[in-house]
Design a protein around this ligand. Structure first.
Ligand SMILES: Cc1cc2nc3c(=O)[nH]c(=O)nc-3n(C[C@H](O)[C@H](O)[C@H](O)COP(=O)(O)OP(=O)(O)OC[C@H]3O[C@@H](n4cnc5c(N)ncnc54)[C@H](O)[C@@H]3O)c2cc1C
Length: 450
């Protein structure tokens, strides 16, 4: 373990911009769900007999499934306000939870409606299903959309996802746009709450057209416009540590990009074998008006190929994304906790975060400490503390235990903690920090796996 000492004199301490969005967004989502239930309530005079209860429950689950689909798409539309304040990884977790809810609701809706209708018409469920699918308006399309939605959900389940590449899983997800489109018609033409209810129809159209506009704008138009404006190119690739390289890029009008330290972009390198995939990598240095830098550890096909990029390679970058920025900070004292290549966003924050900053950087061996020279230079310049912690037994490393961390960082509980590293290290560090008295709201972590 090596230490450079500190005291962050001269750094200005600004109060962070607290955002109410992470609290208001869930409230708004639940309020929308309550509004959907109110629509059913206002249209229902009485529920009679088992068939009435079944179709009533089918209507409610159907309305909620439709609403959940709109929310799911909005969460993944990459709206900057949501992305920067809530954080991409948290939005992805909400999206995954919402996806499970939407599929369960759609499945329940289908089964309840078939059962309820078959009781009302005194037919068996098989002939009732074929009547519904073949003779009700828009239900053939709706059934195709439902099956597509179900298939995407099954393939996104953790066990199935582990067996396919990230790209296959990602592109399969685009099928949900088609599924939502296919199921939309039957909601309005068959839904008892919409037939003859002009205001409900307008509200439903507004919801779905609004979400479609957000997706079209933020996922397609904005990246295209930025790609054309910034004209990013690779200028150099430098080795930093075994299996780790920095890719330097230049472009036009980069001051307009607005990338904050701690954020990431999705990088599409226009070279053979790489152009069809856009992978996320964090800025490993604060964005400069004429150049950007990422630092990448070889983890698979895409990341390993970046070491072979040649200067001049054209790059399309989407972003910046993520809420792992100075905006999360609430205390004067800040601890940055990095594991391996998790140093990248923290290196950029280390240079720029105001306050009294301590960096703890854990790696396997001394030679794995990427960016070490510049980290030492920043530490000397801002008089900040750096602790390098090695896994090598000979180094006698401190583990991420409450005692180990407290020994490295006095007054630990008074710190805001920014944490980025492999999942195992992140979990043990969060547990150790909580045990050492750091409140959960002060622990900010970035996950490198969505
Ligand atoms: C927000 C964020 C910031 C990141 N920043 C950095 C960084 O600064 N430096 C760095 O070395 N690594 C970073 N990563 C991790 C990096 O994106 C993956 O290691 C890389 O994309 C793996 O791709 P691959 O083809 O080399 O390996 P693969 O073997 O294809 O993938 C390995 C694992 O990486 C994840 N992954 C792959 N592709 C993607 C994708 N397009 N989007 C999200 N996850 C994916 C999956 O969990 C996959 O299981 C970051 C990841 C995220 C989510």
């Amino acid at each position: 373990m090596f230490t450079t000492t500190r005291s962050s004199r001269g750094m200005r301490h600004r109060r962070p911009r607290h955002s109410a969005v992470p609290f208001l967004a869930p409230l708004l989502i639940w309020a929308g769900a309550a509004g959907v239930l109110a629509l059913w309530w206002s249209d229902t005079t009485a529920v009679v007999g088992p068939a009435g209860w079944l179709t009533g429950a089918g209507r409610i689950t159907g309305l909620l499934a439709g609403y959940a689909c709109a929310v799911l798409l909005a969460l993944m539309a990459r709206v900057p306000l949501l992305d920067h304040t809530i954080g991409t990884d948290r939005l992805a977790r909400w999206h995954a939870f919402g996806g499970r809810c939407a599929i369960s609701l759609a499945l329940a809706h289908t089964l309840l409606v078939i059962w309820g209708y078959s009781l009302t018409s005194h037919t068996n469920v098989v002939s009732q299903t074929s009547t519904l699918v073949l003779h009700y308006p828009d239900l053939l399309k709706g059934t195709a959309g439902f099956l597509l939605f179900l298939a995407t959900g099954v393939l996104s389940a953790r066990a199935a996802r582990r067996r396919m590449s990230y790209e296959t899983w990602h592109y399969l997800h685009f099928a949900t746009y088609l599924a939502v489109f296919l199921t939309f018609g039957h909601q309005l033409s068959n839904g008892a709450d919409f037939v003859g209810n002009r205001s409900a129809q307008i509200a439903w159209y507004t919801l779905f057209l609004g979400v479609a506009a957000l997706v079209a704008w933020y996922r397609f138009a904005v990246p295209l416009r930025r790609g054309l404006r910034h004209r990013l190119r690779v200028t150099a690739v430098h080795p930093e540590a075994p299996g780790v390289v920095s890719v330097h890029l230049t472009g036009e009008h980069l001051d307009e990009l607005g990338g904050e330290p701690g954020q990431f972009l999705r990088w599409r390198f226009m070279s053979r074998g790489l152009w069809w995939t856009a992978n996320p990598y964090s800025l490993s240095a604060p964005a400069h008006p004429s150049h950007l830098r990422i630092t990448v550890k070889s983890a698979g096909g895409h990341s390993a190929a970046l070491g072979r990029l040649t200067p001049g390679t054209r790059v399309w970058a989407e972003g910046p994304y993520g809420g792992f920025t100075a905006n999360r900070r609430s205390a004067f004292k800040i601890l940055l906790l990095a594991g391996g290549v998790g140093i990248t966003p923290l290196r950029a924050l280390f240079e720029t975060l105001p306050g009294q900053v301590t960096l703890v950087y854990r790696a396997r061996r001394t030679e794995d400490l990427a960016l070490r020279a510049e980290i030492d230079a920043i530490a000397a310049c801002r008089r900040a503390t750096v602790h390098y912690v090695l896994d090598e037994p000979a180094a006698g490393s401190a583990h991420f235990t409450p005692q180990g961390l407290a020994a490295l960082v006095p007054d630990l509980a008074a710190h805001d903690v920014y944490l980025c590293g492999p999942p195992g290290m992140t979990q043990s560090a969060i547990q150790a920090l909580r045990d050492a008295g750091v409140p959960a709201r002060r622990i900010h972590h970035e996950s490198f796996a969505f």
